[in-house]
Write a protein that binds this ligand. Sequence first.
Ligand SMILES: C[S@@+](CC[C@H](N)C(=O)[O-])C[C@H]1O[C@@H](n2cnc3c(N)ncnc32)[C@H](O)[C@@H]1O
Length: 287
Amino acid sequence: MRHEALASVTLDQLAERHFVEIARLVEAHTGIRLPPSKRTMVEGRLRRRVRALGLRDLEDYGEAIFSRGLLGAEFVHVVDCVTTNKTDFFREPQQFDLLRQRLLQGLAARAARVGAPIKFWSAAASIGAEAYTMAMVAADALGLDGPPFTILGTDISTSVIAAARLAIYPSAMAEPIPESCRKRYLMFARDAAREEFRIAPELRGLVNFAQLNLMDERYERDEIFDVVFCRNVLIYFAKEAQTAVIERLLSHLRVGGYLMLGHSETMTARDPERLRQIAPSVFEKVR
Ligand SMILES: C[S@@+](CC[C@H](N)C(=O)[O-])C[C@H]1O[C@@H](n2cnc3c(N)ncnc32)[C@H](O)[C@@H]1O
């Protein structure tokens, strides 16, 4: 009996050719590499699609997408499954400290001079914690009636964009948020048993979310930003894709603006002619 159960568990795998094809399509579309070492993770995450579609097992799922014409409709879910969306408020807080202590006043002075809002972009926003952290830091330093600013959050995954727009988070995620910001910008559910909070509407109103694939050859947006955060996403990409993404991000960053990368992604931006490193993983575009 136990042996039978074990056998059925080990048999629930993607066929090798299906895994290879999924990995190829995912990397071409999203930049995310799925080497064989990621296979168990991918299979684990795709099992929920097997259940959602009422299919027999992963083998059947592979057949459904590659031989029975389901790929077009299913690919968005494959992408949702393979992306890693881990995020936090005030993640890697030194960059937010730098923003508050050294950069924001200069950005505000320039914005006043040119008569435009300060523009921030969270380019792999996940469920929005990074974008709302920027909003809290800017609102705290400049005041909600102070110099205007706007924040854009984008991500390839449609499900995280929907969650970011909703802006409801489990209470535990409030932990790294400073007390003063918690009081001002978080609304906790009256029913404590719900253990969740929502970002206050005055902050939500400053942040827009949209779907955007960093691997697209050109981004269908006209904005030029003052500050671009692109953190904890390029680590999943091959070197060539990382360089191409940074290049496209820089084309949407004004000279004198700042690019913030994740702490393990700094090497990608080694171009001292154009980027001056002003702090760990923080670069000023100099030309
Ligand atoms: C680990 S989260 C990082 C979130 C946030 N930047 C942070 O540091 O907390 C990585 C995000 O990148 C997104 N992502 C992956 N590939 C992408 C692509 N090609 N274009 C846009 N977003 C992508 C994923 O959907 C995921 O939400």
